[in-house]
Design a protein around this ligand. Sequence first.
Ligand code: GLY
Length: 385
Amino acid sequence: MKKLLFLLGSVLLTGAVIPVNAQVAADKALHLAIQQYKQMMTHVPDSLLPRTTDNKTGKLVTSGTEWWTSGFYPGTLWYLYEYSKDKTILKEARKRTTEVEKEQYNKTTHDLGFMMYCSFGNAYRLTGNPKDKQVLITSARTLTTRFNPVVGCIKSWDHGKWKFPVIIDNMMNLELLTWATKETGDTSFAHIARTHANTTMKNHFRPDFSSYHVIGYDPATGAVVARNTAQGFADSSAWARGQAWGLYGYTMMFRETKDGAYLEQAKQIANYIIPHLPADKIPYWDFDAPDIPNAKRDASAGAVMASALLELSQYTKNQTYFQTAEQILQTLSSDEYLAKAGTNNNFILKHSVGHLPANSEVDVPLTYADYYFVEALLRYKKYSK
Ligand code: GLY
């Protein structure tokens, strides 16, 4: 039935208007999300953010505000508040957003976009609170301190075997910068975002438009000195969430700049990803995992892909993009992936993979899977209207 409900939405791009049933299916998943998060807020200690489940003990794992995923719980709450207008959710969203505020000065991470734009960005979008705007501008300034003009990129990590590593994930942090230029008129933020996106387009992609996870640069010359993976199966493989970050990142950069080169890149990435998805459209954790079809699936990569493909379908009017997103959402809304109320430590989705080579967060819920799933459901509802 759920399958039928979602698939009825896919005729929309052809001009027929049968939105009601697709809306019902998305609403059901969103109501479950609200139930789960209203429970979750009664369990999470102050100043800690829900991250995942420990798959040995089954217990909730939380993180401090400095961890890269700290913005997703407040961000999901803002999306659920936007949908429900529920004041209890609003209160928790504001409280948890405020907890992340001190990270605006954190120069040790490239993930300030994830951390601050998902939390404070949604807060500002929905409330217009000038304090949120100031926090975001400071965060954007902090992020620019990691930019090296010789390399043409923001540095991702201060650890590891590389002098200047850049990971494909970093595309996701650029929206904070394009936003900052729009709000302040200071073009240096967007210039850094575009330069990073252009350098990444040149060096991170293979001829088939799959991407490497990590590119190591020489910070003195900007030369590429290494092409590696950290979270994928092999240097030469296509780590699923990395493919998702690239797709989302270039779709977002097209929205923000209207530069057709970014749209073309996003289309090429989508055209690489889609034929590599299994029948139910939830990616294996790595497209080249050696044990496919028994390899673990990554619901988080599926959720990011669904959200990005929905947006990309609006710019391209490409039905395959829309229908693939719809199929992903349909599978994620099935009993296999969607938690039953009161289970799964109150996360919404099951079966994500964080870092399989490190045997960390394998086949567990992840806070960012929930964030992009809820975002995708809201986009789906909007585009199905
Ligand atoms: N940015 C880290 C990850 O996608 O796991």
